[in-house]
Design a protein around this ligand. Structure first.
Ligand code: GDP
Ligand code: ZN
Length: 346
């Protein structure tokens, strides 16, 4: 089986890289895949057929199973998320930093995570030490870099080597600049890529992944860039899932009295009892994320409280059930339970 990696969709087809041949192929998917609604995303591994290396063309015969999948941007098989933040310009904001971390940890629980702080040329020792103190102590991998001066890029490259990573973070923090520093010749800002096909071309808004060769490293490294996100796109609706993603809170939560404790107002909460052990900023982030999640949960619940259907099913489950029109409330008999309750009260 000849396997390739999908780089991006391209004019109704796909651009696929085949590593043994070291070549990109313009591919169309076999009709069967379309019929079966098999989607193909950048990052997908696909089986190639009818290869014509001299023309750079091939067919996609099938798509291999995905290890994971991200909806925004649509990408598959992500190994690692590099959460990129600027130390200054824009000013580092603990809540936004934690928001990005939590969002991607929820979306891609099996990925590994690196926190990358860019624009170190604008920062002093004190700034970077403060960041290390917070995040390294929590067990996060941390790299302090400057796309301008090249500081820290070697360490970042070590993290990237041989994996498919995405750079995720707000706009303006320097994600494109970092990509450009890692892969010279790629100019994301103008949308033109002086690429391996010799000609510049316009990049599209569809997701795309880039092959980055790093210092003669025999391993192939892939990078995808994510767009900036708005608050609503980073908000989830399960408040109880957040505490385990804050290691310092998750650790204390084991000794809370109630299993569903959200560590905000509850009694006998071991987190609230030991707030001194958690940094103020981190607990503030936690509270804000839980409140947002609760709001979103409420909103979703109010949307899904369905209106009563016009028909109801009687006479057993599945096929044996019959659909009959539902009577208007005033014509209905009380349910057996209602009648019984009424009798008990009287
Ligand atoms: P993106 O929106 O995250 O892709 O960010 P860009 O790569 O477009 O960078 C945003 C701005 O920050 C641009 O004006 C860059 O020139 C600037 N910038 C990027 N990296 C650095 C850096 O390491 N140091 C400084 N001082 N500025 C940077
Ligand atoms: Zn608690």
């Amino acid at each position: 089986m000849i396997i390739g990696t999908v780089l991006r969709s391209h004019a109704g087809g796909y651009l696929v890289y085949q590593s043994d041949l070291g070549q990109d192929f313009m591919c169309t998917a076999r009709g069967r895949l379309k019929k079966e609604n098999v989607t193909i995303l950048a990052g997908d591994k696909v089986e190639l057929a009818d290869l014509k290396p001299e023309l750079g063309k091939a067919h996609i015969a099938s798509r291999l199973d995905r290890k994971n999948e991200l909806s925004r941007p649509p990408l598959a098989n992500i190994d690692q998320v590099i959460v990129v933040q600027a130390i200054h310009q824009p000013e580092w904001h603990p809540l936004w930093c934690d928001r990005y971390l939590i969002h991607f940890q929820l979306e891609l629980p099996d990925a590994s995570f690196v926190l990358c702080f860019n624009k170190s040329d604008l920062a002093d020792e004190k700034d970077t030490e403060a960041l290390r103190l917070i995040y390294e102590n929590l067990g996060y991998e941390l790299v302090i870099v400057s796309a301008y001066t090249g500081t820290g890029l070697d360490k970042l490259k070590q993290h990237l080597s041989g994996k498919f990573s995405i750079l995720a973070g707000p706009s303006g923090v320097g994600k494109s600049s970092l990509l450009n520093a890692l892969k010279p010749g790629l100019n994301l800002k103008t949308g033109i890529m002086e690429n391996d096909y010799g000609v510049g071309r316009h990049t599209t808004t569809a997701s795309e992944i880039y092959r980055v060769s790093i210092n003669e490293d025999p391993l192939i490294t892939w990078i995808g860039d994510t767009p900036g996100f708005g608050l609503s796109e980073l908000t989830h609706s399960q408040p109880e899932k957040i505490a385990p993603l804050f290691p310092e809170i998750g650790k204390l939560a084991a000794n809370c009295k109630y299993a569903d404790c959200l560590h905000i107002v509850e009694q006998d909460c071991n987190v609230l009892g030991n707030l001194g052990e958690i940094s103020k900023e981190r607990y503030h982030s936690y509270m804000a994320l839980v409140e947002e999640a609760k709001e979103k949960q409420k909103l979703e619940q109010s949307r899904t409280t369905k209106r009563e259907g016009k028909v109801k099913f009687v006479g057993g489950k599945n096929e044996s059930a019959k659909k009959i029109p539902r009577l208007k409330k005033q014509y209905r008999e009380n349910s057996r339970r209602r009648t019984k309750q009424k009798l008990e009260i009287e």
